[in-house]
Ligand binder design. Structure first.
Ligand SMILES: [Zn+2]
Length: 246
């Protein structure tokens, strides 16, 4: 349980992964500590948001198991959705935290896990785009209810029926996009430091997550699976089997 007293008087945490998603370490200053939680002035850790799970790693050797956002303000995205920006990152440790406000610390994330999340996040964008193309060709509009991105799988919940045979069509299109898409660019939106526009070729998605620069960094076998989700809903999964790619 994260107490408001931990974060309510802290300024928004500077998210260092926006400047460089490939950075694995950083120094920071402790702002607030409570039991197993700590807040820093800046962080190299990704805090869970936009469906992408949080980073894990260490701060001065102590194990960080989760990072959650608190506070912040609503921000209207160009696509009509609302994101929360300028949050405080609450780092959860495995053990009670021995840091004190004012301490200078060294952070290090679990790079393998982060890189896998970056691969899956990029794949999630290709899945989202390929599904939109499929639905458009069927005369349907895409409505999404949520997504979840972890290190070997990502999933989207769509608010419409998508037939079983669509999975193979969408999977083939994702493979095509992976093979043909150029290096992605990420540019900031005005009036916030937390939301960016991710572009790869013609695909444009507002996003604050972490991605690989180039789709060629995603090696392995891609599989799209489907199941019905509630009434009129469909869940699509994309899995990446990395066996034999190391
Ligand atoms: Zn993204």
């Amino acid at each position: 349980m994260i107490e408001a007293a931990l974060w309510s008087s802290c300024p928004p945490t500077q998210a260092l992964y926006h400047d460089d998603p490939y950075a694995t370490t950083a120094t920071a200053t402790v702002l607030s500590v409570s039991d197993r939680y700590a807040v820093f002035d800046r962080s190299v850790f990704y805090a869970e948001s936009g469906g992408q799970v949080a980073d894990q790693g260490t701060v001065d050797g102590a194990r960080v198991v989760d990072v959650q956002k608190a506070g912040g303000r609503p921000f209207q995205l160009p696509n009509g959705e609302v994101a929360t920006v300028e949050s405080v990152f609450c780092h959860e440790f495995a053990e009670p935290c021995t840091l004190r406000p004012g301490d200078q610390v060294t952070m290090e994330i679990d790079w393998d896990r982060r890189f896998r999340n970056m691969q899956m996040h990029t794949l999630a964008h290709f899945l989202f785009h390929a599904t939109g193309e499929y639905l458009e060709a069927q005369g349907q509009t895409r409505s999404t209810r949520g997504c979840h991105i972890s290190d070997d799988s990502a999933r989207f919940d769509f608010g419409c029926a998508i037939p079983g045979e669509a999975a193979a069509v969408i999977e083939a299109r994702v493979r095509e996009l992976l093979a043909s898409s150029p290096e992605a660019t990420v540019t900031p939106l005005p009036d916030t430091h937390d939301v960016f526009v991710w572009r790869s070729g013609d695909i444009v998605i507002p996003c604050g997550g972490t991605h690989v620069h180039h789709p060629k960094e995603i090696q392995g076998s891609v599989k799209v699976r489907r199941r019905t989700k509630g009434r009129h809903g469909t869940r699509l999964y994309i899995d990446l089997d990395r066996a034999g790619t190391d």
